[in-house]
Structures are given as structure tokens and as C-alpha cells.
Ligand binder design. Structure first.
Ligand code: FE2
Ligand code: FE2
Length: 290
């Protein structure tokens, strides 16, 4: 097969009235134009902060139309609400938030085949949610894997499966709950998984899950330098994108950091306002920030 070029863009955190991340979004769009990937995966957290801010939801969705490549998205906690048991700002994923997302994006997951590869996108926010949609997603995954027998699987989801090792018991807002991870890995154990790609932590990192690469995409948007959850010692939050090259029997990756991309430093804002939704409004025309 000819090589397949994919760009993973995650945690873009967009808002028109708090346009702090629009400059980086423009850089990201220009980078997509220069890389010319076969497709883009948007890894969640399209919305700045508040999943119930319909204006931000609509604006972020509109911005996706500016991606000059085929694209596929999975939702993040700022798009459909956060995972249990301690959802950010007490906004858990709910049927209502999910329905709003689906009305905008069509679906909260994807599956398609190219050559010998199966590209799967899951809604990580459903895991450990207890919603009917969670079981539906597991059933859908079973069927998707059955229909993909013999192919290599590349899995994309917003939250990393784990912080360090798949057997860990760390419960935090940063990773999939250990019980859901266990169930997911059991389902995936019969498949030929070759990549697990996530976002959410705003950090670039590469780990191994029993030999399967788990790649964390950084943010294109903002960094909180005091973010120490779930443990100290992780790489600092940084901005960029992950470029993948899918070959017949392997996948290669590299961090792309266009020269002008610098994460918006929200360290002080986070301390002062508690959340970006409470930060001062800052409107910049898209042409101005370009
Ligand atoms: Fe994020
Ligand atoms: Fe997130």
C-alpha cells in the first residue's frame, strides 16, 4: 500500500468570545495545508471549556469546516461532559449533552477501513458513565472489530487508557477508569491493535501497552504549567500535533510543532478565574489573529 498520512490534532479549545486559542488554530490550519494529510483526526475538546455553552459549541463546530482535508472527530470532556466519578465542574456526560454533540457532529465515534488498516474512534467519555449509550458503544465496538478481522487497528479516543501502565489502578480525571480500561483491553485483545492514540493531557508522550504504542497528542491550544494531575514528573504541557505514517505492516509517528506554535499560557488565568469560562471576554477577528 502507499503510505497513509494522518495528522492527529487534539484539544483545540475554541471560543469566539474568548478567542485566546484562535491564533494557534490558524497555525494548525496552515500546518494541515502544508502537510496535506490523507485525513485528520480531531481528538476532542473542540470547545474552550464549558460543554453547555452553545455559542462555543456552534463556533467550534463551524471551525472544523475550515480543515482542508477529510476529518473525523471524537468528543472530549469539554464537548460532552466529563467522566465519573469526579466530573470537571460537576458536568458529567449525559444523554442531553451527548445528543447536542451528535446533532452537531453526526456521531461520537467512527470506523472506516483503508487498505489493511481499520481506523476506530471511540467516545472515551462514555466509559464508566453507566449510560445506555456506553453499552451500545461496546456492542458497536464488538461488531466493528468483527467486521475488521485481519486488519491492523488504530484506535483514537480522547482520554489516555492509563498514565503509565495498563495494570495500574490510578483513578483520575486524566485517564480511563481502570475497570473500563480492563473491559476495553479484553475486547481489544482478540484484535490486532497497532496504535492507541489519545489527547486530553495536553502533553506529548509515547508509552507501551504490552508492546502496543500509546501515543499522547499534545494540545494545539493552551497549557497550564501548574497542572500536576495525576502525578508529578510528567512532561510539561506543550503544543503541537502528531503526524502518523501508516505503512503496510507498521506505523510511525512524529511530533509536529510548527515554529510559530506556542501554547497559550493559562496558568495564571486558571488560578485567578478557576476556569477559562470565567476568564475575560477577548474577541479577535479571525483575520486579526492569523
Ligand atoms: Fe483539553
Ligand atoms: Fe480533555
Amino acid at each position: 500500500m502507499p503510505e497513509l498520512r494522518v495528522l492527529h490534532v487534539s484539544d483545540v479549545h475554541l471560543s469566539e468570545k474568548r478567542a485566546y486559542n484562535l491564533k494557534n488554530w490558524e497555525i494548525c490550519l496552515r500546518h494541515i495545508d502544508s502537510v496535506k494529510p490523507d485525513f485528520v483526526v480531531v481528538g476532542g475538546d473542540m470547545v474552550l471549556d464549558d460543554p453547555d455553552d452553545e455559542e462555543d459549541q456552534y463556533f467550534a463546530r463551524q471551525q472544523m469546516e475550515r480543515i482542508n482535508a477529510p476529518w473525523h472527530a471524537v468528543p472530549g470532556n469539554h464537548d460532552v461532559g466529563d467522566s465519573l466519578p469526579n466530573p470537571y465542574k460537576d458536568q458529567p456526560v449525559t444523554d442531553e449533552r451527548l445528543a447536542r454533540y451528535k446533532a452537531l457532529y453526526g456521531n461520537d465515534r467512527f470506523v472506516f477501513h483503508i487498505a489493511g488498516w481499520c481506523f476506530l474512534g471511540l467516545n472515551a467519555q462514555l466509559l464508566f458513565s453507566g449510560l445506555t449509550a456506553e453499552e451500545e458503544q461496546y456492542r458497536w465496538l464488538d461488531e466493528a472489530l468483527a467486521a475488521s478481522a485481519g486488519r491492523h487497528i488504530a484506535l483514537f479516543l480522547h482520554k489516555p487508557l492509563c498514565i503509565d501502565t495498563p495494570s495500574e489502578e490510578i483513578r483520575s480525571g486524566m485517564n480511563v477508569d481502570p475497570s473500563s480500561r480492563k473491559r476495553l483491553l479484553e475486547i481489544l485483545s482478540s484484535a490486532n491493535v497497532r496504535l492507541i492514540a489519545s489527547g486530553h493531557t495536553h502533553r506529548f508522550r509515547a508509552l507501551s501497552a504490552g508492546g502496543v504504542p500509546m501515543i499522547w497528542a499534545p494540545t494545539t491550544a493552551q497549557a497550564n504549567m501548574r497542572m500536576s494531575e495525576p502525578r508529578a514528573g510528567l512532561p510539561r504541557q506543550n503544543a503541537g500535533m502528531v503526524f502518523y505514517r501508516f505503512l503496510e505492516d507498521s506505523v510511525e509517528w512524529e511530533l509536529h510543532q510548527p515554529e510559530a506554535i506556542v501554547p497559550t499560557d493559562i496558568t495564571n488565568f486558571a488560578a485567578k478565574y478557576g476556569a477559562m469560562r470565567h476568564s475575560p471576554e477577548f474577541r479577535a477577528g479571525l483575520a486579526e489573529v492569523a
